[in-house]
Design a binder for this molecule. Sequence first.
Ligand code: SF4
Length: 318
Amino acid sequence: MLPKGANLQKIRDENRTYAITPHLPGGFIKPDLMRKYADVAEKYHGVMKLTSAQRVMITGLKAEDIENIWQELDMKPAMGFANCVRSVKICPGNVFCKRGKQDSIKLGMELDKLYHKKEMPSRMKLGVAGCQNSCAEVYIKDIGVMGTDLGWDVYVGGSAGSHPRLADLLIEGLDYDEALHIVDVIVRYYQKNADIERVGQFIDRIGLKKFKADVLAEFYKGVSNTTQPLVPSSEEGREIVPVAGGLTEGTLVLGDKITADSVISDIIRVYPQTIPVFRSFGMGCLGCPSATGEAVSKAAGIHGLDVDEILAGLNKVI
Ligand code: SF4
């Protein structure tokens, strides 16, 4: 059983080690909290690791210590699910950096407050940079916002990892409120229309032209309409119908039994009701193209799980 608020890191000689990664908005941490991290890591023989999402992971931990560690940090276990807003990466911006053109901390912290852990069709990462040096990596974020002399430019569809994609420029020269508004429009459009796919995969599937046209049409309708559900403007009244993506089509069709060789992305595409079953086994990687490209047997091995138990759970719900 996965300890609450921890991730399985490694299985070596049948021993499992876990990591915890408390949420640190913008990567800002007060000295007192940093000391607590260090004390806890030392006491429980953990290793501290800075993550690319501007957090401090404590890894190499034992399952039985996890609950005490959260208590000693005086924090609630960082619970979450795979398909949500994972992080908002924020650079120091014009508050701390001599090159900063805009206040990336203010905008980034607001976006973190609004969207962190918000459920999405797939995992989502945001970045906010104070100038075109892009230290918050806006070109490889699902939504990236970059400060210029004229305001904020917004990029969409970037990702790193095993399926890298540079983001596309959506709109330039927004003020603070407009930047928040366009992110809201993008998020709702994506939530309403995307399949289990990153923003970049979604854009590649429907076309950048259509994505831009629909999102900008909604954006220019004005703030008064933003609480209404989005309808793609160019195809009024019709939702986008997901079409086959290019990842791992073809190992499964509706009616098939799920086997150890079935690929996870096919299973969740054909039988979306299996998503909670995967999560119940602690397999939270459902938005990750690499993880979902694996067969059930391989994923079970990585997670140290019994493949027959997983198959029984999956086949029960289809
Ligand atoms: S992106 Fe610009 S403002 Fe932000 S840290 Fe880098 S140089 Fe400074």
